[in-house]
Design a binder for this molecule. Sequence first.
Ligand code: AHM
Ligand code: MG
Length: 281
Amino acid sequence: MTEIIENIKRAAIEISEAIKTQDTGKVETQNSSGDIQVKLDVISDTIVEKYMLNTSSVKEIISEEKESPVTKERGKYMVAYDPLDGSSLIDVDLSVGSIFGIYENGYNGENIKAAIYVVYGPRVEMVVARDVVELFRLNEKRGEFEFIKELKLQNKGKILGPGGTQKHWYPYHKEMIDSLFQEGYRLRYSGGMVPDLHQILLKEGGLFAYPGTTDKPKGKLRKLFEVFPFAYVYKKAGGYAVDGHKDLLSLKAEHYHDTTPCFFGSEYEINRVLETYKGKK
Ligand code: AHM
Ligand code: MG
């Protein structure tokens, strides 16, 4: 596991350089979910692939940019990753991220053994979740990630990141969001799940929601590359992660690119979600 984390750090430093220096334009092709790719999606995918296939404990990799896994002969872990999440925000210079789930014996929620994400913002930060959740920050001069602190969520926060197209929200979802704003929650939503979830984690509470909607009942965010890793991070930090009804880590994945509605936050807000969604979709 240490070897995987060290190689993810190396990949993150290279991706961060690429973000600063490479063309931010689009490519002609689409990825396997049908999203428009930018050149940096492809570059970042290649960087992570290079490091992960050179990690002896990794036996297989799959990414948001790949149709199916790349498999090696030996190794224990399977790494599912989104090399550059929120890449449509690159051309407006907002923060983006990379997300990694380390799995053993399959890609279901219960098989995840560690999760890591990297935020490329004004500074580069990395969060590593194993038994505890730790924050690291890149010291650009030394080219090394330095440990900053352990992260823990409180029971209740003050901020709200409500994703999805509002026109297509179910009425009960809209009522819940409205009522949280009425309680005094403030809007914190950039459109990049990595910085949005990072903010809630560092502010020690709140709610991020990417619900199912009338046009996309299964939501947008992918289980393997986005949802399971963040569910693992939030749960290890003392928070909660649900699909509206169940713990996200109790879900199975039938296909590599399956999506699910998802809610991440602290105890109070997730209880509101569970109450709201009881008996609903
Ligand atoms: P991507 O992996 O194609 O970048 O999509 C994931 C991103 C998330 O970071 C964000 O929460 C979500 O898409 C926002 O999508 P939309 O603006 O379509 O609601
Ligand atoms: Mg993504």
